[in-house]
Ligand binder design. Structure first.
Ligand SMILES: *Cc1c(COP(=O)(O)O)cnc(C)c1O
Length: 231
């Protein structure tokens, strides 16, 4: 059942179509925009019911921030919709690595050697290899997770060449108060220096800009779901 978020407002399905159209339009006259930019629904604090509605509207890729919240919602959803992909976007503690490897199809928040080691061990044990992304703290914010830009080269080399994890690309969350373009440009520069294809960047307020600057994955929450009042 489609929910209406207010009298004049659109349904989730309509918002999804709008966002997809905006992503397509953003690619016009944008030489850095990739051929494919995938929309991921950032579904933190959305109920399973809302997520089902998004799946019914055609979305098949979601990102969650907390392992525990994802464990409450997703085992059932994944059994119901085996085609749907789920990534972890939020910080990962090493004591949650086991659960994360079991549940997620991708982990976008790898940011330190100790975590990479723990993931490598667990992936070997489970024989399950979720797609890996390194998160870069492009704004060098103290409270934010992510590897510092000056540590990126070494961490990328370690994760990909030493541990041989399936490293697909990089992720960043620009500081809230900054204009995001410089952060997207930095992420792109680091990724291309290492031949990494995937750039996970851009959220509700800046996914069109991110697309124009090379995002292959945009992570949209509020603009898609309308609010985060599900929980
Ligand atoms: C919440 C979140 C998003 C989506 O943010 P919106 O502003 O709701 O679009 C994207 N990425 C991460 C890591 C998030 O935590």
């Amino acid at each position: 059942m489609e929910k209406n978020y207010g009298f004049f407002e659109k349904t989730l399905g309509e918002r999804l179509k709008d966002i997809e159209t905006r992503i397509r339009r953003a690619k016009i006259d944008a030489p850095l925009a990739p051929a494919h930019t995938q929309l991921m629904g950032a579904s933190k604090m959305q109920t399973a019911e809302t997520i089902r509605e998004a799946i019914a509207a055609g979305l098949n890729w979601f990102g969650e921030n907390r392992v525990q919240e994802a464990e409450e919602k997703w085992p059932v959803l994944k059994a119901e919709f085996p085609q749907v992909k789920l990534h972890l976007l939020g910080p990962l503690q090493t004591n949650k690595v086991k659960d994360a490897v079991r549940l997620f199809d991708g982990i976008q928040s790898i940011d330190r050697i100790k975590l990479a080691d723990a993931l490598a061990d667990e992936m070997q044990k489970r024989n399950r290899r979720p797609d890996c992304f390194i998160q870069i703290n492009t704004g060098e914010e103290k409270q934010k997770s992510g590897a510092l830009p000056q540590d990126a080269d070494a961490l990328i080399a370690y994760v990909r060449d030493e541990l041989k994890l399936p490293l697909k690309g990089l992720m960043c969350i620009p500081p809230e108060r900054d204009y995001p373009a410089a952060h997207f440009a930095l992420l792109r520069k680091i990724a291309s220096a290492h031949g990494l294809d995937e750039l996970s960047m851009g959220m509700s307020g800046d996914y069109e800009l991110a697309t124009r600057m090379g995002a292959t994955i945009v992570r949209v929450g509020l603009a898609l779901f309308g609010s985060r009042d599900g929980k």
